[in-house]
Ligand binder design. Structure first.
Ligand code: KG4
Ligand code: ZN
Length: 365
């Protein structure tokens, strides 16, 4: 069984070909550079770029995999959640190919792609409590089997990745913010700033309080103007290496992030510690409550080494098995979509080509 999958839910164009448990090719075209200057993803720009990248990537993966498109057994695409104008591109291509070659089409939920990714290449899914942490979502999920999911907790405001991204922006660091904060955190003191851990007794998550706490801490440190007077346009103000206030253009921001500044490193380390602490604590509580043997973590934020380390150690302490995907499978990619499609096909599940994309597609009730 050979599956070709497309992932175009946001600003990454990705195409992959999976044969059985063997990944024949997987390509991701990042659009970070195109969106960075706007400080976030612009849907119109993203969809135009998908249209440019997708045909090239299709050709490239077919060449790498040494497969003719006519030899593909099924075509899959992310059908939600995500940006409507982006989802539409990948789904339309997959549907067109499925109709043209008379093969099945599979509409895959992006979050299901993430949550199954720790099992990539394996034939069976073991029941687990899964923490999915991406740019748009933070969820803990009870996974009983493929397609059998129960949401335990979800964010009531910002997702963890969004928290990293927004705080990085406040600090004048680049986009996406998670890797930038992680880099600086490695040289910082995680205990220097006592930042809030919101909703400690809830199964849900909240990260906007942390962002607000950082926002109000900065003027107290005398390094960034009060948010009320802060310029929110294409110019922002940020820390320089001496902790002095300065105006920055978008181009200068990357210069500031390259400088070694103890205060900035300590702040990043304290922010990372607050996010990781909440994620680990709530995931362990969920795993204990739902009586599983296995804990998994996936999504872009699960690239974070501190999160992987602390969750791994907590699982060991509480005798849970711990599984995560390799970092390249944690950020958005089409291999995870192909894998989810493969598991569904094995269960005789496929989709109708009339199935619409859904920007708010739910994983479970
Ligand atoms: O899963 P993903 O690639 O895209 C979505 O589905 O949203 O996740 C992207 C998110 C971004 O918010 C990014 O800042 C975060 O993952 N991220 C990280 C790291 N690498 C990516 N967050 C923390 N530490 C990292 N190393
Ligand atoms: Zn994602």
């Amino acid at each position: 069984m050979t599956i070709l999958a497309l992932e175009t839910s946001c600003d990454e164009t990705a195409v992959a070909i999976l044969r059985g448990s063997e990944l024949l090719a997987s390509e991701v075209a990042s659009q970070t550079a195109e969106h960075e200057k706007f400080g976030g993803v612009v849907p119109e720009v993203a969809s135009r770029n998908h249209l440019v990248h997708a045909p090239r990537l299709l050709e490239r993966v077919a060449r790498q995999a040494k497969v003719e498109i006519s030899q593909i057994d099924a075509f899959a695409a992310t059908s939600g959640p995500g940006l409507a104008s982006s989802l539409m591109i990948g789904a339309s291509i997959a549907k067109g190919l499925a109709i043209g070659f008379g093969k099945p089409y599979l509409a895959i939920n992006h979050l299901e792609g993430h949550l199954l990714s720790p099992f990539f290449g394996e034939a069976k899914i073991k029941a687990n409590v899964s923490l999915v942490v991406s740019g748009g979502h933070t969820m803990s999920i009870l996974v009983r089997a493929v397609g059998d999911y129960k949401i335990i907790g979800r964010t009531v405001d910002d997702a963890a990745g969004e928290g990293f991204d927004k705080i990085a922006k406040l600090l004048g660091l680049g986009y996406p913010g998670g890797p930038e904060i992680e880099k600086r955190a490695a040289n910082g003191d995680p205990k220097r700033f006592d930042l809030p851990r919101s909703m400690p007794d809830s199964e849900n998550f909240s990260f906007s309080g942390l962002k607000t706490a950082v926002r109000y801490l900065l003027p107290k440190l005398g390094v960034i103007p009060n948010p009320a007077t802060r310029d929110e346009g294409s110019h922002s103000r940020s820390l320089d290496s001496r902790g002095l206030l300065r105006d920055q253009s978008a181009n200068e921001r990357s210069l500031a992030s390259a400088r070694d500044d103890k205060l900035l490193n300590d702040l990043c380390s304290s922010v990372q510690a607050a996010i990781v602490d909440v994620l680990v604590r709530k995931t362990m509580a969920a795993a204990k409550k739902h009586d599983v043997d296995l804990v998994t973590v996936s999504g872009g934020v699960s690239c974070n080494r501190e999160l992987r380390k602390q969750l791994g150690e907590a699982c060991k302490r509480h005798s849970f098995e711990f599984k995560t995907a390799e970092p390249w499978l944690c950020t958005d990619n089409a291999a995870m979509i192909a894998f989810a499609a493969m598991l569904k096909l094995k269960n005789d599940v496929s989709s109708s080509v009339t199935q619409e994309i859904d920007p708010n597609l739910a994983l479970a009730i």
